[in-house]
Design a protein around this ligand. Structure first.
Ligand SMILES: [Zn+2]
Length: 318
């Protein structure tokens, strides 16, 4: 019988996780003014048998907690016990943002616009740098869990990279209700990974600082389906659910300031001219109706009650 190829050893911060071992390691980032060390916890599940290395991360934006909860439940339920390859799980990437209930780090910079980062750069840039150095070279693919920013609620959706067949395959396996190819944003984690030849799938579901059970459940199921699809776990994939591919997308913005009342539920089909919501002035004098620009679907709704002119209200696509 031929000898089976042994899996790789993962090294983070000088600590190793050999094949057949699971360990919790930490990437040291910086110290708080009080001297407290801030580090990023990294769970490594390394199977004996060789296979791909999958990164699953959340909290790149510190206030997008659905992903954090998704991974916490998966860790609790031992969902990362794999038979082949390696899973690297990072439940909270932006620790600073998480403890401040903020998308960004204390200097106001977005870590997801600071990749690949610099060793002596701003705090956001340093987080990106350490992560790029320590994690990215060791992975094959990744799943990055997000929610809508501020109070924008994203209906569960995946975003893959056009011309990257691996990321398209991950999107198919994940099987979220909505799916589309998103362009690579400068300074983003996905762009830095793409440059290194690593395929990343972004899952967006729910809104920041609020749990959304559907978002969490579909997130857990999506990650599990990827693990089975990559044959890192035993099991058969369930019959795929219906996916709506969006080739055109458009933000509908507030034509005026006022009280915003959405009148359509997120994820639903819309028809051209349909009233999606109203913006009313606070003196009950004028109402502005917001109408659908085309037949399609609404996949993001802003839950902010008071809006300014130009604020994004709905993300629609077809
Ligand atoms: Zn995000």
């Amino acid at each position: 019988m031929p000898l089976e190829e042994e899996n790789r050893t993962i090294t983070i911060n000088g600590n190793t996780v050999p094949p057949g071992k699971n360990r919790l390691l930490r990437i040291e980032i910086a110290r708080l003014p009080t001297g407290t060390l801030i580090d990023i916890p990294v769970h490594v599940f390394n199977a004996k048998r060789a296979g791909p290395t999958l990164l699953v991360q959340a909290g790149l934006h510190g206030d997008e907690i659905n992903g954090v909860e998704t991974l916490r439940r998966m860790l609790e339920n031992k969902d990362f016990n794999i038979i082949k390859g390696t899973v690297i799980v990072v439940p909270i990437l932006n620790i600073f943002g998480f403890i401040h209930f903020s998308r960004d780090v204390p200097d106001g910079k977005d870590v997801n616009r600071s990749f690949p980062g610099r060793k002596t750069g701003s705090l956001a840039s340093r987080i990106a740098y350490h992560y790029t150095q320590q994690i990215l070279p060791q992975i094959d693919f990744g799943i990055d869990l997000h929610t809508g920013g501020s109070q924008r609620h994203n209906f569960p959706q995946v975003r893959f990279t056009e011309d990257d067949t691996q990321s398209k395959k991950l999107a198919e396996l994940f099987n979220a209700p909505f799916s589309f190819a998103a362009s690579l944003i400068k300074g983003s984690f996905r762009k830095a990974a793409n440059k290194m030849g690593k395929s990343i799938l972004v899952y967006e579901a729910g809104e920041s600082m609020r749990f959304d059970e559907t978002a969490i459940q579909l997130g857990i199921e999506g990650v599990k389906k990827v693990l089975i699809g990559l044959q890192m776990q035993e099991g058969t994939l369930p019959k795929p659910s219906k996916v709506i591919y969006l080739s055109t997308r458009k933000w509908i913005r507030a034509p005026r300031a006022g009280m915003f009342v959405p009148e359509v539920s997120n994820g639903s089909a819309i028809s051209k001219g349909q009233q999606l919501g109203t913006i009313a002035d606070t003196y009950a004098r004028k109402n502005k109706r917001i109408k659908a620009p085309f037949d399609g679907y609404v996949f993001c709704v802003n839950h902010q009650a008071v809006v300014n002119q130009g604020d994004a209200l709905f993300h629609v696509g077809r």
